[in-house]
Design a protein around this ligand. Structure first.
Ligand SMILES: Nc1ncnc2c1ncn2[C@@H]1O[C@H](COP(=O)(O)OP(=O)(O)OP(=O)(O)O)[C@@H](O)[C@H]1O
Ligand SMILES: O=P(O)(O)OC[C@@]1(O)O[C@H](CO)[C@@H](O)[C@@H]1O
Length: 303
C-alpha cells in the first residue's frame, strides 16, 4: 500500500482575472476550489491510476473538512490527524501568468504531531510512503527526519518531495525517488546550471548521495531519469497549458504508482511524464483518460 503524507494540506483557491490591477478592485473571471497540498495531489492521481493508497497528514476546521469530503467523494481512503486550527487556503492567481500565495499552515500541537507518528509506526516493509510539501512552522524544520526514522524502523520505502537541506539530509536514508526540478537542483547544490550536462552531473550526485531513482523535471522541456546504469530523457507531449499547479505531484504519483506495480523504471518514467503533462493541460489534476491519451506521445531516449 502507498501512503501519502501531507503535513500542510490546503484548499487551492484558483482565481482567474483578465488583468491584475494592483491596488485596485479586480473582479474574478472564474474561480475554482480544489483539495490541495502535494501529498493529497499524489493521492488523487494514484487513485485515478487505480493504485491503492491512503492519505495521511493533518487537517483541521472547515477547510480541513472540505478537503476530507472532496477526497471521500473520489473514494480516496484517508486517515488524517484532526487538528484544532484551520487548514490553510492557498491562492493561485491566473492573470496571464501564474502567481501563487501559499499560507504558512496551522499550528500543530505536540500531541497532534505524535498522533501522526503513531499512525506511521503501524506501517510495514511492503509499504511505500510519499512525503511531500512544506512543513507547518510549528512542527519545526526537522519533522521529516522524524518521519523518515519511523519509516526506517518499519522497513517501509519512502519518496521525498521537498527542497534544500531537508532533501539533502534525507538522501542518506536511500529514498526510492527524489524529483527536484532543474531550478531546485541548482539551488540544492548552490550552483548555476547552464546545460543538460550540468543537470546530469548534479542529478548523478543525488544518486551518489543515496537516492535510488532520480527524476529531474524541466516543465515543458521534458524530464530526465537518472539511474546507476543509464540516463534517459523524455520529451513532453504537445498541448495547451491550463494549470501547472500539481504537475510535479502528478509526475511523482505516476512514477511511484507504476514502479510499485511493475518494478519497471522506464514504464514508471513514461507514466510519470504523461501524468505531469496531463495535469498541466487540465484545469484540475489529470484524469486517467487524459494520462492514457498522452502516454503514447512520450518518447524516451537513452543519452
Ligand atoms: N508546459 C508544460 N508542457 C508539458 N508538460 C508539462 C509542462 N509543465 C509541466 N509539465 C509536465 O509536468 C512535469 C512536472 O513539471 P515541472 O517540471 O513544472 O515540475 P514542478 O516544478 O515540480 O511542478 P509544480 O511545482 O508546478 O507542480 C514535467 O516533467 C512535464 O511532464
Ligand atoms: O506550500 P507547499 O506545501 O510547498 O506547496 C503547496 C502547494 O502549492 O503545492 C501543491 C502543488 O504542488 C498545491 O496543491 C499546494 O497549494
Amino acid at each position: 500500500m502507498i501512503y501519502t503524507i501531507t503535513l500542510n494540506p490546503s484548499i487551492d483557491y484558483i482565481v482567474e482575472v483578465d488583468e491584475l490591477k494592483l491596488g485596485d478592485l479586480n473582479r474574478m473571471k472564474r474561480d475554482l476550489k480544489l483539495p490541495g497540498g502535494k501529498g493529497i495531489n499524489v493521492s488523487r492521481i494514484l487513485n485515478r491510476l487505480d493504485a491503492p493508497n491512503t492519505a495521511l497528514g493533518f487537517v483541521g476546521g472547515f477547510s480541513g473538512q472540505y478537503i476530507e469530503d472532496k477526497l471521500h467523494a473520489e473514494h480516496i481512503s484517508t486517515d488524517f490527524v484532526h487538528v484544532a486550527d484551520d487548514t490553510r487556503i492557498n491562492v493561485k492567481l491566473k492573470h496571464g501568468e501564474e502567481t501563487e500565495i501559499n499560507g504558512q499552515g496551522p499550528n500543530i500541537s505536540t500531541e497532534e504531531a505524535d498522533a501522526l507518528v503513531a499512525k506511521l509506526s503501524q506501517l510495514h516493509k511492503e509499504d511505500v510512503v510519499v512525503l511531500s510539501g512544506s512543513v507547518p512552522p510549528s512542527l519545526g524544520a526537522n519533522f521529516y527526519d522524524r518521519l523518515i526514522e519511523v519509516c526506517k524502523q518499519t522497513g517501509a520505502e519512502f519518496v521525498i518531495d521537498t527542497t534544500g537541506p531537508a532533501l539533502l539530509k534525507a538522501l542518506a536514508d536511500r529514498p526510492l525517488l527524489v524529483k527536484p526540478n532543474h531550478h531546485e537542483l541548482a539551488e540544492l547544490f548552490s550552483v548555476v546550471i547552464a546545460s543538460r550536462e550540468d543537470i546530469i552531473t548534479y542529478g548523478r550526485k543525488l544518486l551518489e548521495l543515496g537516492a535510488q531513482h532520480v527524476l529531474i523535471s524541466m516543465a515543458g522541456d521534458g524530464a530526465l531519469l537518472i539511474t546507476p546504469e543509464e540516463v534517459y530523457h523524455a520529451n513532453v507531449p504537445k498541448g495547451t497549458v491550463k494549470n501547472s499547479v500539481g504537475a510535479g505531484d502528478s509526475m511523482i504519483a505516476g512514477f511511484t504508482g507504476t514502479l510499485v506495480s511493475t518494478h519497471d523504471p522506464l514504464e514508471a518514467f513514461r507514466t510519470g511524464v504523461a501524468s505531469g503533462s496531463a495535469t498541466a493541460f487540465s484545469d484540475d489534476l489529470a484524469t486517467r483518460e487524459k494520462i492514457e491519451e498522452l502516454r503514447p506521445q512520450v518518447t524516451i531516449v537513452t543519452l
